[in-house]
Design a protein around this ligand. Structure first.
Ligand code: SAM
Length: 229
């Protein structure tokens, strides 16, 4: 399903993950499984703090050099794009790029070691992960599910099912598709799990598109004590 030519390694950092998923200090102490985690520095920064996160992504089957080359291509393309923007927008883009560059460089420096330690595991939705049921306290997925809603309802059901099989709680950000509109998959997923789970939209501080300030949080009803009449 994934073509290496379509990959744009563009890393986000721990601070951004905290903001996208409203991660509290308590959340960061949990065992965390990050789906479609890409080439950001969340895993490495967690590891540096002695915390536990495992990242999954199909790109982890690639060599460091391939990912680095892809990132450099993406940067070059981005600089050409930025040079065509008005001055004030250029400044914002360049600041964001510096964050991406720093996060991706931290990832690239950590990738081989982290892979050997089992912190970066090649994995593609919607297949079964190698982990036991309910073995992680928190499962996160940023900028993949809902965003690529053209992957369809079956893909989304199967992917969220696997997240919920291995994780006690799941958070997905954002709720928008690539057009910046709310993804139709949000309603499908909510309807599918609302009888057995507490499915909540939660406001978060991270701004993406105009609708990109919410995440979906899914927890078993029994866990929260929340019962539907
Ligand atoms: C836009 S990036 C998001 C990366 C990261 N989560 C973030 O927010 O910065 C989307 C990621 O999804 C990964 N991906 C593509 N197809 C996938 C699939 N079938 N299952 C899981 N991840 C996939 C890509 O390799 C890429 O790293």
């Amino acid at each position: 399903m994934l073509n290496i030519n379509e990959i744009v390694p563009w890393g986000r950092n721990l601070e951004e993950y905290c903001s996208m998923f409203s991660l509290s200090a308590g959340d960061l102490s949990k065992s965390i499984l990050c789906f479609a985690d890409g080439t950001g520095s969340f895993n490495f920064e967690m590891y540096q703090q002695g915390r536990k996160a495992i990242s999954l992504d199909p790109v982890y089957s690639q060599e460091t050099e391939v990912l680095e080359e892809k990132f450099n291509e993406a940067l070059e393309y981005s600089y050409v794009y930025v040079s065509q923007l008005p001055g004030n927008e250029q400044k914002i883009f360049l600041e964001t790029e510096q964050i991406r560059e720093k996060a991706t460089n931290l990832f690239l420096a950590d990738f081989e070691t982290g892979k050997q330690e089992g912190r970066y595991v090649p994995y593609e939705f919607p297949h079964r992960t190698p982990f036991a049921s309910q073995s992680f306290e928190l499962g996160l997925c940023a900028h993949f599910l809902f965003l690529y809603d053209r992957l369809g309802a079956d893909f989304h059901y199967a992917s969220v099912s696997e997240m919920l099989r291995v994780c006690k709680e799941v958070r997905i950000f954002p709720l928008t598709n690539q057009m910046g509109e709310e993804s139709e998959m949000v309603l499908h997923i909510t309807k599918r799990w609302e009888q057995t789970h507490n499915v909540e939209r939660v406001d978060v501080a991270y701004g993406f598109h105009s609708l990109g300030h919410q995440m979906l949080r899914i927890t078993p009803i029994a866990e929260t004590g929340y019962l539907r009449g």
